[in-house]
Design a protein around this ligand. Structure first.
Ligand code: KG4
Ligand code: ZN
Length: 343
């Protein structure tokens, strides 16, 4: 059986990713980031991100194709993130993907960015089992999901954050502590030198279903820092991180238990966090749950994860999108396919 070779394009935020995947194997990958250009603003500036994507798309495409040593004729399908994300940033990837699909006469798949994060794990650990629970922890989203077949089944939300996402909490706390952008990596670096038991921060909504709330925790960190200026930054960072990790892992394990699911997959930028990986490993082992977390480089945004979804969709015989495919900056996660049309 011929395995589809899929080219994936990701431009939803500040990373330009192009990846080539065949049968769950990475053939080529290229990534460019405009992160440094946003650092002095303390967050992603959409117009700067979109311009950077325009500059990086062609070099990334060349680099991924060189690495894979393939010609356009050997590519079977194009997959692109159509949402959610920054509108102008998404548009650049869509324009590139549509141009290639048209010029090379290939089917085009619109992919939900968060389904891409889940599929990233299949590139490392193989196909997902028939049922699994996914904890998605990124800069914009925090959700506990019940998954069946990622390519064909609806995605069931067991719980979502009602305010800040986990990554957003890391980014905001980094700013409070005077740590550089992006906040997740800098908070976790500081936390490695601190005492996680120094301050007991609130664990919001524990024991109350599978929803999350992180804005109260962020306010608690702000209050603590204001009232006790003598606190060590590493201790605050470690205590904050512990509170986030504690809530995420307890709820994820509880979701597996309640739904009788034996596999937990943790994905998204925050899944790169070493403490989250460590605590999740311990709690899953104790509960007899198989834990899957992609290697850190596959946790943050990239092109191969989008190609991976395209590969699953193609293998499942899902219909491709039309060239009317448009961006949906706030696309809800209901399926792996995200194919709104402008017409
Ligand atoms: O998935 P991602 O790359 O982009 C989105 O789809 O949002 O996630 C980015 C988020 C940012 O909030 C960043 O601070 C966080 O992931 N992050 C981390 C770590 N690395 C990235 N958070 C905690 N610890 C990390 N090591
Ligand atoms: Zn992402």
């Amino acid at each position: 059986m011929h395995v589809a070779v899929v080219l994936g394009i990701e431009t939803s935020c500040d990373e330009t990713g192009v990846g080539i995947v065949a049968g769950g194997r990475i053939l080529g990958a290229a990534l460019a980031s405009s992160m440094d250009e946003h650092a002095r603003f303390g967050g992603v500036v959409p117009e700067i991100a979109a311009r950077a994507h325009l500059e990086s798309l062609t070099p990334c495409l060349r680099s991924a194709m060189d690495q894979a040593q393939i010609e356009p004729g050997e590519i079977d399908a194009i997959a692109v993130t159509s949402g959610p994300g920054l509108a102008t940033a998404l548009q650049t990837g869509l324009a590139a993907a549509k141009s290639l699909a048209l010029a090379w006469d290939k089917p085009l798949y619109g992919v939900h960015h968060l389904a891409g994060h889940v599929a990233a794990d299949t590139l490392e650990h193989g196909p997902l089992p028939a049922r699994s629970i996914a904890l998605i922890v990124s800069g914009g989203h925090t959700s506990l999901l019940l998954l069946g077949d990622l390519a064909t089944d609806p995605i069931i939300h067991l719980g979502d954050t009602r305010d800040d996402a986990a990554g957003e909490a890391f980014d905001k706390v980094a700013r409070l502590l005077g740590l550089p952008y992006p906040g997740g990596p800098s908070v976790s670096r500081a936390a490695a030198q601190g005492d996680p038991g120094a301050i007991t921060f609130p664990r919001a909504m524990l024991g109350q279903g599978f929803g999350f709330s992180f804005s109260g925790l962020k306010s608690a960190v702000a209050r603590e820092v204001q009232q006790n200026p003598g606190l060590r930054v590493p201790d605050v960072a470690a205590s904050f991180q512990e509170a986030v990790v504690d809530v995420l892992t307890r709820k994820a394990v509880a979701a597996c238990r309640e739904h009788g699911v034996g596999t937990l997959v943790i994905v998204g930028g925050v899944a790169a966090n070493a403490r989250l990986r460590e605590v999740a490993a311990g709690r899953c082992a104790a509960a007899g749950i198989t834990l899957r977390v992609p290697p850190p480089a596959l946790c943050t945004d990239n092109g191969v994860m989008i190609a991976a979804v395209g590969g699953l969709l193609a293998a499942a015989g899902q219909p491709p999108a039309t060239l009317g495919l448009s961006a949906d900056p706030s696309a809800p996660l209901t399926r792996a396919v995200c194919a709104p049309t402008s017409a």
